[in-house]
Design a protein around this ligand. Structure first.
Ligand code: FAD
Length: 701
């Protein structure tokens, strides 16, 4: 009995074993052992930043060829190299990404009502749309904080998220849960190539700056003593903070909300302070560049536009070569703007820093004669940036304009910049009312001349910067307003002896909005002189675009500038881009620098992706609802002034720099005056008894 039971059991066992053996053969699923190997080297956080459900999923993705070696967003290069090793893939270093919070609101943003619902950003957003005046800003309920597995985000003292870049792994968890898109994951390339969009948190100053610099951010960094961070912020938009800190007429300050309370924040002085700090430290801050792509780009013209384009192309990994017709780089910064405003030593230091990134330069190479678009292509340049400025002078169209002793202001300033004999006389008449006229006048004074500036309208209509007009008056330049030249009178040798001019009166406004000067018949008068400098405007010299047969494949606008798409700066030839004065006509250094970056961005996208993209939400004009002038609850604080390094009498005989930098106490004071504006919010913390971000800020009501 027992024997038969045992036999039955053995039989059942045998049949089960056979069934299992057959089933395991039939149902067996092979798992590639490399999945386990790859998973074992991943960071193991299961954060989902890679887009796969956990690390096992990511490993499977790699083995199936759906993901690359750098699938793990938090593992960095070390993990990517190990994955590549296991899989036999090529390893390429990836750029460090980090979460970036671009909302400066906080307790300062006006609250419209209080919530009584769940304290979750998404729920609040869906139910109420947000409780702040700002339609774009952070809601402040901290869902991003709970979403971060790495403890990299906390709610800061203003009630808004603050990211610790050292802890941030760029997994993207925070960005995914943010309903307002306030947090983005960005690396250097993405930050450099970003153009202002309407949904960005754009304070008025940021909207107005042609260079799109994140002004509130760098001011906040300077206020904390983080000068290196401030320069990094500035250099994501422009490569020349030293020069801009000296010569920019700071249009940003014209829309500064603080200006509706007392006076605008001295934005440009703060920038200059940070830039001077680096130069005076004697050590250059490192500037990060993406890995080399080996793609060759020709940059024609080494002025601000060309330098900016080359700088950003290099930072994006490409290999730019600058072709410059003059012996030195800098364009009008060197051959127009005189040294008493921008010393050559400062400019040289700044340009050296740009070239140190690995940019080749070919000096004294003239586009149109020494090389052409065709020869550049033959040399292997895949794209070309044209930024040759606006160096052709407008004519007065009066008799004897070409007499001896008559020259253009820019020709004279270029000679001063080159350090060659200008041939200037003792009695100089300068004709014009813009910056070139003022620079010509003040430089002439420094060379010992008695100078009269002739302008056909009044002081109020002069296009020159007011600081420059005041400076010229202090230095003894005489003004002859409401006067226009009629003819040049010469001696027997053909040398100028007088200018005959006619008196004007102001009539109706013209297209520029300024009142039109109208001649007063019979008011002709003579002024004695031995030198005349004309400075009535410039335009780009486009003859370099024409080939021997007189054909130009690029589009010339009716303002005689080079035509291009306003957002991409691509010309009629897809691989040719432009920017700066050549594209805009005579403008500002900051505009040229901004266009250089924009063009570099387009070239980068064309080379790496085959097409250029831009958002339909680009910010081009000031955003009307952010331009309110009612800025209540802000205490009065006086604006700091840039100190003069030399007295007025000394100024008249030297090209030494006039303005010095702000001192530390003044710069802290000035950063405290910044209201840390966002789209609609601003900081009211500046009333008595409330703290400024800089701990030892000098309050100076
Ligand atoms: P540019 O600075 O003109 O540079 C063009 C470069 O191209 C030059 O280096 C030139 O040598 C080179 N080039 C020209 N032709 C060729 C060719 N065929 N082949 C190769 N290279 C070539 N702006 C301000 O913001 N603040 C100021 O205070 C101010 N003051 C100014 C004072 C003066 C006297 C002048 C003339 C301008 C001033 N500007 C000022 C305007 C400002 O300088 C320009 O807007 C800015 O320099 C434009 O930069 P860019 O690179 O487009 O052109």
């Amino acid at each position: 009995m027992i024997t038969s039971s045992v036999l039955v059991l053995l039989g059942i066992g045998f049949i089960s074993a056979v069934i299992l053996a057959v089933a395991s053969k039939l149902l067996y699923v092979y798992e590639d052992p490399r999945i386990a190997q790859v998973e074992s080297v991943l960071a193991g956080a299961n954060c989902g930043g890679c887009g796969y459900p956990g690390c096992a999923g990511a490993a499977q993705g790699v083995v199936e060829g759906k993901a690359g070696a750098n699938v793990c967003v938090i593992g960095g290069d070390e993990v990517a190299a190990k994955v590549a090793d296991i899989m036999g893939l090529e390893f390429a270093s990836t750029e460090k990404q980090t979460a970036f919070v671009d909302c400066t609101g906080g307790v300062r943003a006006e609250e419209t009502y209080e919530y009584h619902g769940v304290a979750d950003c998404r729920a609040q957003h869906m139910l109420y749309g947000g409780n702040k005046m700002c339609p774009e800003g952070c809601l402040g309920y901290g869902t991003c904080v709970t979403a971060c597995q790495f403890g990299a985000i906390e709610i800061g003292p203003d009630g808004y998220p603050v990211v610790d870049p050292n802890l941030c792994t760029a997994c993207g968890g925070c960005a995914q849960v943010c309903p307002r898109g306030v947090i983005t994951i960005r690396g250097m390339t993405a930050r450099i190539t970003h153009l202002n969009e309407l949904t960005d948190c754009l304070a008025p100053c940021r909207q107005r700056c042609p260079g799109q610099i994140n002004i509130p951010r760098y001011i906040e960094q300077v206020s904390r003593g983080d000068y290196a961070g401030a320069l990094e912020t500035i250099r994501e938009r422009i490569p020349m903070p030293l020069s801009i800190g000296r010569v920019c007429p700071h249009p940003c300050e014209g829309v500064c909300r603080r200006g509706h309370v007392d006076e605008p924040v001295g934005i440009n002085m703060i920038k200059r302070f940070a830039a001077d700090w680096e130069m005076n430290s004697g050590t250059r801050l490192p500037i990060s560049c993406a890995p080399e792509t080996g793609r060759k780009v020709a940059v024609v013209g080494g002025g601000p536009a060309g330098l900016s384009c080359a700088f950003f192309l290099r930072r994006l990994g490409h290999s730019p070569t600058i072709f410059e017709s003059m012996p030195e780089l800098g364009g009008q910064l060197r051959y127009g703007i005189p040294e008493y405003r921008l010393p050559n030593a400062v400019l040289d230091w700044e340009i050296e820093g740009i070239l140190n990134l690995g940019i080749e330069v070919r000096h004294e190479h003239n586009f149109g004669t020494d090389f052409t678009l065709k020869t550049l292509e033959e040399e292997g340049f895949e794209a070309v940036f044209l930024g040759v400025g606006a160096w052709m002078n407008m004519n007065l169209r009066i008799d004897n304009e070409n007499a001896k002793g008559v020259e253009t202001g820019t020709e004279f300033l270029t000679k001063v910049g080159l350090g060659v004999d200008t041939g200037i006389g003792k009695k100089v008449v300068v004709i014009g009312g813009g910056n070139t006229a003022i620079d010509t006048s003040r430089s002439s004074v420094r060379l010992g001349a008695h100078v009269t500036l002739m302008y056909r309208r009044t002081r109020n209509e002069m296009p020159a910067h007011i600081e420059e007009i005041v400076g010229s008056e202090e230095e003894g330049v005489n003004y002859l307003f409401l006067s226009a030249p009629k003819r040049i009178i010469t001696d027997d040798d053909g040398h100028v002896t007088h200018v005959e001019y006619i008196k004007m009166e102001l009539g109706e406004p013209d297209a520029s909005g300024r009142r039109r000067p109208v001649p007063i018949e019979g008011s002709e008068t003579l002024i004695e002189c031995d030198t005349v400098y004309t400075a009535i405007g410039q335009k780009p010299e486009l003859s370099c675009l024409y080939d021997g047969s007189g054909t130009c494949t690029l589009e010339e606008t009716r303002w005689r500038t080079l035509g291009a798409h306003p957002d991409t700066l691509q010309t009629a030839l897809p691989h040719v881009f432009t920017g700066g004065d050549m594209h805009t006509g005579p403008a500002l250094v900051i505009t040229a620098l901004g266009e250089g970056r924009k063009a570099a961005r387009s070239i980068h996208q064309l080379l790496t992706e085959g097409r250029i993209h831009y958002s339909s939400q680009l910010q081009r004009e000031l955003i009307p609802y952010t331009m309110f002038t009612d800025v209540p609850d802000v205490g009065y604080r006086r604006r700091s002034e840039l100190p003069h390094q030399i007295e007025c009498d000394e100024r008249k005989c030297t090209f030494k720099e006039i303005e010095g930098p702000l001192g530390l106490a003044d710069v802290k004071h000035e950063t405290c005056r910044c209201l840390r504006c966002g789209l609609t919010c601003y900081n009211r913390d500046l009333t008595e008894g409330q703290e400024c971000l800089a701990e030892d800020c000098v309050k100076n009501p």
